[in-house]
Ligand binder design. Structure first.
Ligand code: AMP
Length: 580
């Protein structure tokens, strides 16, 4: 039987892992890296680049690159790069396709099945979008798993017999999730989850970039509209500076000139203290989900035995300090916060596959939202619309199926419209509409004819709704798919065909493309003298690639690698990707 892989499809970085007898293990990508940046580029030859090469290319050709698209999964937004338009599902599909290729190269056989993680707070539409992205990549998505649950599984995989309550604090590039997990007798039980789909390290980078640009007289929004190259370069510099400030007290950010060239730009000094002051208001947004997750688990902060940190942004000292203050204990970071979600996904893949290594493990999860329908209420003679009536309460253990009866409000009413919502507000207006459908054929008669509505929430967090007219036993089933947002079945099939047509570079050339992208970016950064030398080296390497002469390629590559390693030394790459 082929292996099921576990994939962390992240906002900033993605990773793929599988379960061995000794536990979950990360599968390296073509560059030997353990993390693959979730960046997609279309190069000038119309070929797709994914990962570290695309991330480097983004600095010099932002118009040909897309990143952070996970934030738009399941929405109607599209991204045009290199003159071609992509949905967020297409772009995620290309990242998944690249991870699938890494796994296939590793196992030396086809891989077609995967467990993919999503933020716990992803809604039905976003989860379906992730399943669609899997299909676009040629993967059958065996399970959608919540990221904090995956992290808890990775930690709980060993030592699951200990009884304790864990809080998983997951602050990634674009999302914040928090879950309370109870561990007892070989069981990991998620008690509650909460979060925010638009809060993460990228917000800190942008906040820093805004201050830096402001300090040279450029308001961020105006610069974004008029000087995209400058903004792309400043964001890259700020991302680096932000990570550096997790280790050091101060650093500098170079703001390029209007042409995007660093050589003619200015240097701005930033300190850790300053950065912390700027991001503190954004970080304050973690508190509401934390309060809620504890209230839903019916626990106080003191009852948390262990806090686990997940996500790259938890490397920031300020984040660690806030967590320590909030829970009065030192948070745990035994496993690499960038890898722990993929490792947990691999264990879940083992559970799906009934792998003997995880025989004794039981994992249960919850639905992070309340799900229900819109109802009208009768106040005397008056009927008021737009009320939300919950059918499945948030933090109910999944899978779950609940039924509730509703009645017609008019005599001879033969149709009722069912509008399915997700959210916590009393009014549907403030909740998210997931889908709607009509139940027709109710026999004419007095008002009060009953229709039973059943909601089923499966292990992936995907919902199915069924309505039965009680008098006739006629049932209407509805998988919520015909929503304005999200892809229809036909659209997914078309996306699969379209993305298949897009070519990537042969795998053994990926290192060359990464080296070239990095060299091009460095070229823009260097002063005149070394850049002339670098230019000659790039020309030589490109000519060697054209010639297809292995000896010439090797020689020129070595010279270019040597130069790049020398001049780009402070640009340490947390993904571990390398062209060496
Ligand atoms: P993830 O989505 O978990 O891959 O997290 C990515 C986010 O973590 C990005 O916003 C990174 O900038 C951020 N990040 C990674 N390493 C560090 C670091 N050393 N200090 C601060 N932020 C970091």
């Amino acid at each position: 039987m082929d292996s099921i892989i576990g994939i962390d499809l992240g906002t900033t970085n993605s990773a793929v892992a599988y379960l061995t007898d000794d536990g979950p293990t990360i599968i390296p990508n073509a560059l030997g890296g353990r993390l693959t940046p979730s960046v997609v580029a279309l190069d000038e030859g119309g070929r797709v680049l994914v990962g570290a090469a695309a991330k480097e290319y983004q600095v010099v050709r932002p118009d040909r690159c897309a990143s952070l698209f996970k934030r738009w999964m399941g929405s109607d937004r599209t991204v045009t790069i290199g003159g071609k338009t992509f949905t967020p599902e297409d772009l995620s599909g290309l990242v998944l396709r690249s991870l699938k290729a890494d796994a296939e190269a590793f196992f030396q056989r086809p891989v077609t099945r995967a467990v993919i993680t999503v933020p716990a707070y992803f809604n039905d539409t976003q989860r379906k979008a992730t399943i669609a992205a899997g299909r676009i990549a040629g993967l059958t998505v065996e399970r959608i798993l919540n990221e904090p649950t995956a992290a808890a599984i990775a930690y709980g995989f060993q030592g699951v017999d200990e009884n304790k309550v864990i809080l998983v604090f997951d602050l990634g590039g674009g999302t914040f999730d928090v879950s309370v997990v109870e561990q007892f007798d070989g069981t990991l039980e998620v008690r509650s989850s909460a979060g925010e789909t638009a809060l993460g390290g990228e917000d800190f980078t942008r906040a820093l970039a805004a201050r830096v640009l402001e300090s040279v007289g450029l308001p961020f929004e105006r610069a974004e509209a008029t000087l995209p190259l400058v903004v792309a370069r400043v964001l890259q510099q700020c991302e680096r500076a932000k990570c550096q400030l997790s280790r050091e007290e101060s650093t500098t950010v170079r703001v390029p000139g209007a042409d995007g060239e660093l050589a003619g730009g200015k240097e701005v000094a930033v300190g850790r203290e300053q950065l912390q002051k700027w991001i503190a208001p954004i970080l304050g947004r973690i508190e509401t989900p934390i309060r809620r997750v504890l209230a839903d688990a019916r626990l106080t902060r003191e009852k948390i035995d262990e806090v686990i940190l997940v996500g790259g942004a938890t490397r920031m000292p300020l984040v660690v300090r806030r967590v320590r203050e909030l829970f009065g204990k030192e948070p745990h970071g035994r496993l690499n916060p960038d890898e722990v979600v993929a490792l947990g996904a691999a264990v879940q893949a083992g559970l799906v596959q009934r792998n003997a290594a995880v025989n004794d493990l039981v994992v249960t999860d919850v639905s992070p939202f309340t799900l229900g329908v819109e109802v009208s209420k009768e106040y005397g003679q008056e009927i008021q619309n737009g009320f939300f009536d919950p059918i499945i309460d948030r933090n109910t253990v999944i899978p779950v199926s609940r039924v509730k009866s509703y009645s017609t409000m008019q005599p001879n009413q033969t149709t009722i419209s069912i509008k399915v919502y997700q959210g916590e507000s009393r009014k549907t207006q403030e909740n998210l509409l997931l889908g709607e459908f009509d139940v027709t054929g109710i026999p004419p008669g007095p008002k009060g004819q009953e229709v039973a509505i059943r909601f089923t929430y499966d292990l992936n967090g995907v919902i199915e709704v069924e309505a039965t007219i009680v008098a006739t036993k006629k049932t209407v089933s509805h998988v919520i798919a015909r929503h304005a947002k999200g892809l229809s079945e036909a659209a997914i099939r078309k996306a699969v065909r379209d993305m298949e047509k897009l070519k990537t570079h042969p795998r053994d050339e990926e290192k060359n493309h990464y080296l070239l992208s990095r060299a091009e970016r460095l070229y823009k950064e260097l002063a005149a003298a070394p850049r002339r030398h670098l230019g000659a080296l790039i020309d030589g390497f490109e000519a060697a690639l054209e010639s297809r002469e292995p000896d010439a390629i090797g020689r020129h590559r070595e010279a270019l690698e040597y130069f790049v390693a020398e001049f780009d030394a402070d640009n340490d790459d947390p993904t571990g990707n390398s062209y060496e």
